[in-house]
Ligand binder design. Structure first.
Ligand SMILES: [Zn+2]
Length: 437
């Protein structure tokens, strides 16, 4: 098989990690766990999908926390309807990511079909702004999600989401805290603003059930998404501490399996808070010593108990991503290298490297040596100079594609894997167009 076919086969065999965990326990599947609905407390159900939702059966109506994606909500509503006919009285959205709020429309529609009044929709006062931003940046959102989640979007976004219908704005908004009653149950809604700038969490004291949104998500928290807007590690840590103190006996996370037991819940929330504080404090200390981003990142050491925690595997978030986001939050983008402040064109830098090496061939050879020595990050960088500086060189693209294929195959982090697989796609596109010439 030639290299182009090898790369194409790799791409055609990519599968979504969500729900594909044969032989794994829910705990091992962690962030990617999708399983059957569970009654987590009397009259309280968790429904698993790309994002989880929780339905509280209250006196005379339902309290619905989160609504899945636009595509997945109808299937989940069907599952709710196997258990109860009560109206969706209140819908609370933990944050405006589409896997949590994309399906509100379908829940409201279900009420309408049954001649029930429209549900009250509650979100933080910043949720509306996020929905507006998504509409403004729709093209970018689609490109970005393709790079971040490759290959998931091709499987989940076959139906183009109608944004004006999908984004149902909240009719009840709050800034810091809100207490609401549904039937006889009281729910506390608290703004957290860590995972996103509109994030909240929900606690029902009478059932001792906590819905934490994505502030806890069965993996290293996604607090520094390389593709997306600013996240807030410090606020997330503070929210996790407050949640840990509320005495919940059931934790329904935004992703991954439900967690039971007061002590287990407290420990998991405080462990993740500790992780966030550790990175936050490191970056702030480095910045206050005048250190630039690179030194800050390279000097970050994570304690073993955090690196080895079952709740903190870097499946989606990553300590480096979080550290970079914290640095970016408090500082600018100047990296401490004056030549890079107003930088030359990357292709020109790459051509200079090739010329210093007396040609692309020597650079490709060096990249292969680095690969053989197990220095995959350096090998990828050197191969990138080869393809950027000499985009007509077939051997360069072949090596580039193979290096990133290897990297993707060994990568546990969803966001990094999306990036490496995008590089493989770029290599395939380049090789196909070179073959056509
Ligand atoms: Zn989220």
């Amino acid at each position: 098989m030639n290299t182009l076919d090898v790369l194409k086969e790799h791409l055609s065999n990519l599968i979504s990690p969500y729900g594909h965990h044969l032989g794994l326990t829910p705990e091992e599947a962690a962030y990617f766990y999708i399983g059957p609905a569970e009654e987590v407390a009397p009259g309280v159900y968790i429904f698993y999908s790309l994002g989880n939702s929780t339905t509280f059966i209250c006196d005379g109506g339902l309290m619905q926390v989160d609504c899945h994606t636009y595509q997945h909500a109808p299937g989940i509503i069907k599952a709710v309807r196997e258990r109860t006919d009560l109206p969706f009285e209140t819908i609370t959205i933990t944050h405006g990511h589409v896997d949590h709020c994309g399906g509100i429309f379908h829940y409201a529609k279900d009420n309408e079909r049954r001649s029930y009044p429209q549900p009250r929709v509650i979100g933080s006062s910043t949720l509306r702004k996020r929905m507006d931003r998504y509409k403004m940046m729709e093209g970018s959102r689609r490109y970005t999600n393709t790079r971040q989640f490759r290959p998931v979007p091709s499987q989940t976004e076959k139906v183009s989401e109608p944004l004006d219908i999908m984004f149902v704005y909240p009719d009840t908004e709050f800034r810091d805290r809100l207490e609401i009653t549904v039937g006889k149950d009281v729910f506390q809604l608290v703004f957290s603003g860590g995972h996103t700038d509109d994030a909240i969490w929900v606690y029902c004291r009478s059932r001792k059930v906590l819905c934490c949104g994505d502030e806890f998500q069965w993996g290293a928290p996604n607090l520094g998404n390389p593709y997306k807007v600013q996240r807030y590690a410090k606020e997330s840590a503070e929210a996790l501490e407050e949640m840990a103190a509320c005495g919940a006996e059931v934790l329904c996370p935004g992703h991954g399996p439900v967690i039971y037991g007061k002590d287990e819940i407290k420990t998991c929330l405080l462990t993740v808070a500790h992780y966030n504080y550790h990175i936050q404090n490191h970056v702030v200390n480095c910045m206050n010593k005048g250190m630039f981003l690179e030194e800050t990142i390279n000097s970050l050491k994570m304690p073993d108990e955090l690196l080895n925690s079952k709740w903190l595997r870097p499946l989606h978030g990553h300590p480096i991503f979080t550290a970079r986001a914290i640095y970016h939050r408090y500082g600018g983008y100047y990296a401490g290298k004056p030549a890079g402040l107003i930088p030359p064109v990357y292709a020109d830098i790459s051509r200079e490297v090739l010329s210093l090496a007396n040609g692309t061939e020597a650079v490709i050879t060096r990249a292969k040596e680095l690969q053989a020595a197990g220095k995959i990050e350096l090998a990828c960088q050197v191969a990138e100079w080869a393809v950027e500086g000499d985009p007509q060189c077939k051997q360069g693209w072949e090596l580039y594609g193979l290096l990133f294929k290897e990297r993707a195959e060994n990568e546990v982090n969803l966001q990094a894997r999306g990036c490496w697989n995008t590089a493989v796609c770029n290599a395939v596109d380049a090789l196909e167009s070179l073959n056509d010439e």
